[in-house]
Design a protein around this ligand. Structure first.
Ligand code: PRX
Length: 658
């Protein structure tokens, strides 16, 4: 973190928006003024302006039982209706909702009218299979239009989706199916990735077979044909999507649900081995999604072509591929595959082809593109771009400036957006027509959002100082809890800064990130302060990977750290002690290969350690706590820091030499 701060302190470049951009910008200074005048009235106005409520709300925020907030609680809304039917009713049925492109180059253009018709049918399919409001549905799909149709169909009938990223393993699916007690799974016979079809259904089959209790809550599995490969079939349980859709009733009237009706659960890694089911509800979440999407991305829905490269398996895919853009009636590009398939210019080809004007991606991808060289994007016409976004991890100033110069033609504003699965929507970002940009800084809390940087006691650090990032007031798209575990919700996010110790009427939400306020009060994110890693913008838990490693029979003990990595931000580095009885049974190379494969099997390929070091001992404090700080020093090739609290100081020499 110290290196980080040094770099940031020397960053003095500034980029003001052009007069033309400012003149046409969606967000003006009126937004901030309204939010400062009356925060709750501001949110109520946003919600009424941006969304269509079936029963208008009269209450804005109920914070009588913190940290369990209720927003717009006496209102009723249908989330899918807001993303679909109302645009058709307003005369925009022929507007393209999705320019979808498969990795092999197949394409589909889907208008709002067509998307609405598909979602209505899919809603009827779910109902015909006995899915009811409140039931949980697991979605394990590639980024194909049916994934979006499935999410909206689930939302339309008031059921609750939990999307599992297609790169996660059978074990990860099983854990999520069990925790959510899901009734139905929607998957595919495969999806395209890096020029080949990756299977998905076998992972679902395996997950349901090994379900923890010997039985599974899942009654039906719907399978979408995409990969064209053979799938094992369980009669009575497995059903083809296309058969069901062919027979489905076309009409479905969207019913309003209470604003606090659950919309989705999205599992994310925390500091323990067990992923947390982050719960989001309907009215507040959609308000945050629509408000931020419109103002941060300066959306002009009648003329812009928007593209977020995120997968629906992550929160960015939920908020900025599905709910935000569709609630705002945007036209967007959705691409199934990887940026480098079949060759490294694929993303830039798509920008040229669809004349993308707003582009949202992760710093890790920008750094990869930088490495590949500017001639690759340079040979494409990217002049349609007028705004760029960044998300998922801090973007280093060099990558920021390259992004603006090479992709943005030296003219586009870049919005560096800080937020989390838990926050539901963007919390800190420049507003592109208003803010003079600083490369590397996420800059300002959005109007309506209350953020501070505090010390360990919760006191504001003030400008020019670093500390911990907190959110000091509730916000509409905040998580409503951890599925099935209210105590963990309180403990994880609200126990560090409690109302009583702050001497206030409410506590602060602790985000887990370190941050610094510069002399102007702008915020620079400095990375996680807990045992959570950020690899390629994806959140991974050290504890979860450690428990995967120790579940392998050759492992006695394991410690995992995130080490700085030029491309992926952080990389997973594991230190492993083998069981004495196993040491001679295989070569160290085979052991390392077996352990990397094991982590991929237990969690998914994204969690596979970059490096596995086999060691004799791990550095521990006298109370037995692993000193990850020292392991990070080793992993990053630094001089080893202070070892005075180590129980056995010779350990570090052993590790260094080993
Ligand atoms: O550490 C922060 C980092 O990503 C974490 C949230 O991860 P996740 O819930 O998976 O959501 C990622 C997409 C919103 C945060 O705690 N993070 C996210 N955006 C930024 C960031 N760090 C620095 N700058 C950002 N713009």
């Amino acid at each position: 973190m110290a290196d980080n701060i040094d770099n940031l302190l020397t960053e003095t470049r500034r980029f003001a928006p052009s007069d033309e951009f400012t003149a046409n910008a969606v967000a003006t200074s009126a937004l901030g003024e309204a939010a400062r005048t009356d925060r709750l009235a501001f949110w109520a106005d946003q919600s009424r302006d941006l969304l269509s409520w079936q029963k208008p709300f009269t209450q804005v925020l109920d914070w009588t039982n913190p940290p369990f907030a209720k927003w717009f609680a006496d209102g009723q809304i249908n989330v899918a209706y807001n993303c679909l039917d109302r645009h058709v009713e307003a005369g925009n049925g022929d507007r393209v909702a999705l320019h979808w492109e498969g990795e092999p180059g197949d394409t589909r253009t889907i208008t709002y009218a067509e998307l609405t018709a598909d979602v209505k049918k899919a809603a009827n399919v779910l109902l015909s299979l006995g899915v009811r409001a409140g039931d949980r549905v697991i979605i394990y799909l590639p980024l194909i239009p049916e994934a979006i149709v499935s999410m909206l169909a689930v939302a339309r009938i008031g059921a609750v989706h939990s999307v599992v990223f297609g790169g996660f393993s059978a074990e990860s699916i099983r854990a999520r199916v069990d925790d959510a007690a899901a009734k139905l799974v929607i998957t595919a016979d495969g999806g395209w990735r890096k020029g080949a079809v990756s299977a998905l259904k076998p992972a679902v089959d395996e997950a349901l077979e090994v379900s923890a209790h010997g039985s599974t809550s899942v009654e039906k599995v719907i399978v979408i044909k995409r990969g064209g490969n053979e799938v094992a079939w369980q009669e009575g349980r497995d059903l083809w999507w296309h058969d069901l859709m062919a027979e489905a009733e076309p009409e479905h009237v969207a019913e309003g649900f209470d604003a606090e009706h659950p919309l989705f659960i999205l599992y994310t890694s925390g500091t323990t081995g067990k992923p947390k089911g982050i719960l989001h509800t309907s009215g507040g979440y959609l308000t945050g999604a629509a408000y931020t999407h419109k103002n941060v991305f300066d959306l002009h829905p009648e003329s812009d072509v928007y593209w977020s490269t995120a997968d629906i398996g992550w929160i960015t895919g939920h908020t900025y591929v599905v709910y935000g853009p569709l609630a705002n009636g945007a036209t967007q590009v959705v691409y199934e595959g990887t940026p480098d398939s079949p060759e490294p210019g694929r993303w830039w080809d798509l920008i040229e082809k669809y004349k993308v004007s707003i582009f949202y991606a992760a710093p890790t991808a920008i750094r990869s593109a930088m490495k590949a060289g500017r001639q690759i994007p340079g040979s494409r016409d990217l002049s349609s771009l007028r705004l760029l976004g960044s998300v998922g991890e801090p973007i280093n100033p060099e990558a920021w400036v390259w992004y603006r110069d090479v992709i943005g033609g030296g003219k586009t504003p870049i919005v560096d957006t800080w937020w989390q699965t838990e926050t539901g929507s963007i919390m800190i970002s420049a507003l592109p027509g208003l803010t003079t940009l600083k490369p590397g800084s996420a800059q300002v809390p959005l109007p309506g959002v209350s953020i501070d940087v505090v010390d360990d006691k919760g006191l504001p650090v003030g400008n020019g100082q670093g500390g911990l990032l907190v959110i000091t007031e509730p916000w509409p798209s905040m998580l409503r809890g951890i599925w099935g575990d209210p105590e963990r919700f309180k403990e994880t996010y609200w126990s560090k800064f409690e109302a009583a110790s702050l001497g206030k009427s409410q506590g602060y939400y602790f985000a887990g990130d370190g941050a610094r306020k510069d002399e102007d009060g702008d915020i620079w994110l400095l990375g996680r302060v807990d045992d959570v890693m950020n690899v390629s913008g994806h959140r991974l838990s050290t504890a979860e990977i450690e428990s995967a490693l120790v579940s392998h029979p050759i492992v006695a003990e394991a410690a995992v750290v995130g080490a700085a990595d030029e491309t992926t931000g952080q990389a997973v580095v594991a230190f492993v002690i083998l069981r004495t009885s196993q040491v001679d049974t295989m070569t160290p190379e085979d052991a390392v290969a077996a352990l990397r494969a094991h982590v991929a099997h237990e969690i998914g390929a994204i969690a596979k350690p970059r490096t596995v070091m086999i060691v004799q001992e791990l550095p521990k404090t006298r109370s037995g706590k692993i000193m990850r700080r020292l392991l990070r020093d080793v992993a990053e090739g630094r001089e080893i820091g202070d070892t005075t609290t180590l129980a056995d100081t010779s350990v570090m020499n052993a590790i260094k030499i080993g």
